[in-house]
Ligand binder design. Structure first.
Ligand code: NAD
Ligand code: AHE
Ligand code: ZN
Length: 370
C-alpha cells in the first residue's frame, strides 16, 4: 500500500514528506495505522547525524499511538481495531532478559532492529524500489507502519491518541527512571538536569514518589513555570555561576548531596556533574540522556569508591506490554499529567517545525497528528 511518511534521506537534512510503499505484515507482524506521534529528542539526535547507529534513508519516530489494521500469520495477541502503542523496547516474555525479570532490555529482535530491519532481515518500506530503513523498530513518522506483535502494547480504546502517544517514550522514560530504575523513596532529595520532554516527567515521577527537594537544572529559564507546576521545588541555572561552582552549589543546597540525580540532556559534562552532586556513601545518578557518537563519560574513581552509584536507563526500565497499559490508566484516572507538556500539535507536513521548536527551546513536546 501507499503511505504518507516523513523520510530522512541524509543526516543533517530536513525530513521530506513522501508517498512511500509499505508491504503488508508477515508472520508475527502487525499493520498499524498511526494516529499521532510525538517528536522526541532522540529522533533529532539520529537525524542530525550524532547517532553512531544512524541509518539512512529511514523513517524516524518512536513515540506513537494507533490502531491495528491487519495481523500477520500466527498473531494471537492482537486483532484489527485494537488500540496500541508501539514499543521500541519490545517484551517477548521468552528471552533470557525477559525471563530474568532483572531488565526490560528484551533481546528477541534487538539485532535486526538496530539494523533498521524487521526480524526477518528485510524492510517493509521502500520508495521507487529503493529500501527505506525502519527506525527503533517503530517508524511512527508514517500514517501506517508494520511492527512485530511483541513490540505493541494494547491499550484501552477511550484514551486520546494525541496525548497517550507520549507514553510511547517521554512519559514512561521519565517516570520509569524514577520508579523502576532509581526507586526513589519518600523524603529523598532529587536533582534533575534538563527540564525538557523527559526531565519534566522525571520531576513528575519524583513528586509521585514523595521526594522532598526536587531541584531542576536547566539553561532555559522558560522551563521554570511548568517545572514548578510538575513538582520542582528549586531551580538552578548553570549560566548564573562558573562551571566549577555548580556541583558545590547543588551539594550545599541538598545539605550534603543529592540522594538521586538524573541527567536528561545527553551532555557528558552534565553526566559527570550529575554523579558528583550525589551524596557521598549512597547517592545514585541515573543517565537518561543519549550522548553523541564517540563521546565518553569520565569521573575520578574516588567518586565511586566513596559510594556514589552510576546507572543508566532505557525506556525507564519499563516492560512495555505489561506496564504501558497501566501508565495509560494512570493518565486516564488523572494520576499523571500529560496535556500541559504537549505544547505544539501539527500535521505531518510541518514536522520540520517540530525540530526547530525543539532547538529554539520553545516546545516541550510537539505531537504530529495524522
Ligand atoms: P529536550 O530537547 O526536550 O530537553 C532537553 C533539555 O535540556 C532542554 O530543556 C534544554 O534547555 C536542556 N539543556 C540543554 N543543554 C543544557 C545544559 N548545558 N545544562 C542544562 N540543561 C541543558 O529533550 P528530551 O526529549 O527531554 O530528551 C532528553 C535526552 O534524553 C535526549 O538526550 C534524548 O535522546 C534522551 N532520551 C533518552 C531515553 C532513554 O530511554 N534513555 C528516552 C528518551 C529520550
Ligand atoms: N543508537 C544510540 C543509542 C540510542 C539509545 O540509547 N536509545 C535508547 C532509547 S532513546 C529513546 O528516546 C535505548 O532504549 N537504547 C537501548 C537499545 O537497546 O538501543 C547510540 O548511541 O548508539
Ligand atoms: Zn524517545
Amino acid at each position: 500500500m501507499k503511505v504518507r511518511a516523513a523520510v530522512a534521506y541524509q543526516a543533517g537534512q530536513p525530513l521530506v514528506i513522501e508517498m512511500v510503499d509499505l508491504e503488508g505484515p508477515k508472520a508475527g507482524e502487525v499493520l498499524v495505522e498511526i494516529k499521532a506521534t510525538g517528536v522526541c529528542h532522540t529522533d533529532e539526535f539520529t537525524r542530525s547525524g550524532a547517532d553512531p547507529e544512524g541509518l539512512f534513508p529511514a523513517i524516524f519516530g518512536h513515540e506513537g499511538a494507533g490502531v491495528v489494521v491487519e495481523v500477520g500469520a500466527g498473531v494471537t495477541s492482537l486483532k484489527p481495531g485494537d488500540h496500541v502503542i508501539p514499543l521500541y523496547t519490545p517484551e517477548c516474555r521468552e528471552c533470557k532478559t525477559c525471563l530474568s525479570q532483572k531488565s526490560n532490555l528484551c533481546t528477541a529482535i534487538r539485532n535486526t532492529q538496530g539494523q533498521g530491519l524487521m526480524p526477518d532481515g528485510t524492510s517493509r518500506f521502500s520508495i521507487n524500489g529503493r529500501k527505506i530503513h525502519h527506525y527503533m523498530g517503530c517508524s511512527t513518522f508514517a500514517n501506517f507502519t508494520v511492527m512485530p506483535a511483541i513490540a505493541l502494547a494494547k491499550i484501552r480504546s477511550d484514551a486520546p491518541f494525541e496525548k497517550v502517544c507520549y507514553i510511547g517514550c517521554g512519559v514512561t522514560t521519565g517516570i520509569g527512571a524514577v520508579i523502576n530504575t532509581a526507586k526513589v523513596e519518600p523524603g529523598a532529595n532529587v536533582v534533575v538536569f534538563g527540564l525538557g520532554g523527559i526531565g519534566l516527567n522525571v520531576i513528575q515521577g519524583a513528586r509521585i514518589a514523595g521526594a522532598n527537594m526536587i531541584i531542576g537544572v536547566d539553561i532555559n529559564p522558560r522551563r521554570v513555570e511548568l517545572a514548578r507546576r510538575f513538582g520542582m521545588t528549586h531551580f538552578v541555572n548553570p549560566k548564573d555561576m562558573a562551571e566549577a561552582d555548580l556541583v558545590p552549589h547543588l551539594v550545599e543546597l541538598t545539605g550534603g548531596g543529592a540522594d538521586y540525580s538524573f541527567e536528561c540532556v545527553g551532555n557528558t559534562k552534565l553526566m559527570r556533574q550529575a554523579l558528583e552532586c550525589c551524596h557521598r556513601g549512597w547517592g545514585v545518578s541515573v543517565v537518561v540522556g543519549v550522548a553523541g557518537a564517540g563521546q565518553e563519560i569520565a569521573t575520578r574513581p574516588f567518586q565511586l569508591v566513596t559510594g556514589r552509584v552510576w546507572k543508566g536507563t532505557a525506556f525507564g526500565g519499563a516492560r512495555g506490554r505489561t506496564d504501558i497499559p497501566k501508565i495509560v490508566d494512570w493518565y486516564m484516572e488523572g494520576k499523571i499529567e500529560i496535556d500541559p507538556l504537549i505544547t505544539h500539535v501539527m500535521p505531518l507536513e510541518d514536522i520540520n517545525r517540530a525540530i526547530e521548536l525543539m532547538h529554539s527551546g520553545e516546545s516541550i513536546r510537539s505531537v504530529v497528528v495524522f
